[in-house]
Design a protein around this ligand. Sequence first.
Ligand code: DAH
Length: 342
Amino acid sequence: MSVNVGDLDAIAAEIRQRISVAADQLALEQLRIEALGKKGRLTAALRSVGALPPEQRAAAGARANALKTEVETLLTERARQLQTARLETLGDREWVDVSVVPGAVRRGHLHPLTLVLREVKAIFSRLGYEVALGPQLEDEFHNFEALNIPAEHPARDTMDSFYVEGQRWLLRTHTSPVQIRYMQSHKPPIRIIAPGAVYRRDATDPSHGSQFYQFEGLVVDHDIRLSDLKGTIEYFARSLFGADRRIRIAGDHFPFTEPSIGAAVSCGLCGGKGCRSCKAGWLEILGAGMVHPQVLRNGGIDPAHYSGFAFGAGLDRLAMLRYNVSDLRLFLENDVRFLRQF
Ligand code: DAH
């Protein structure tokens, strides 16, 4: 291949022009390879200088070398221009949000029912209570008879049950049987809460489910009175819902307590005046009462020497009140869009 000076000038002119409009570093690099690479057009021209007649060689060689140097310089300058232009518009075109953490790992957290249970445990542990557990599969004696609920008692209708293996075992319908089990295995003084799952054959609606959570409380000692129970409920309600809450105690009936009471806490939304989310200013939180003498006896404790109080509350219900959740089913559906909010 041979090249004359006119060819060189034509190649140089074309490359000069293309460098001046190269859009980015990649285009520049391609031009460099095309002109100065091993198989580049200027490289080929330089190489062919040796084949020229001796009288043309020096001039052509000098010209080709000069062009090579010029192209190198142009490439460097255009690269610098492009870089400067890029930096000047960087803020507008290539901004990054430095507060974004790419691919952040979402940390898990505790379930709202667990959070409320932890609060409940913390409140009662400050009063010296221990946590006791009982089986979820119960026998009729502990779940019913020992709590003064004999076979034909109407209270059984309100606790429609899941039986297994004929009529001997059932899924416990409340946490109250833990009272009996604990008294049978411990001597007073007794101060426990007993949290856990309970089961009833209830149709599911926003405030009922076939599985839910309760916690039971039991205190047995010398001279335990109704006023102790009232003070305990008040301390509990204010600790969980806020210092400005009032409690209302009203008569109720449970077969295993005498007298029996129901406790309500003043509504936090309306302050007790009455609003859409409460019953005339009050929210029922638990059932309670003085432990029936026969129940003490069934637990192996002599009612002539000891007295006690008990209470039972729905954990789901407390969580609904605590977090303003209107449908209990949300707690068990495990929809993370719901759970993430706590
Ligand atoms: N076991 C009752 C229920 O499930 C709740 C209850 C009421 C428990 C009064 C108690 C109590 O310990 O004293 O509806």
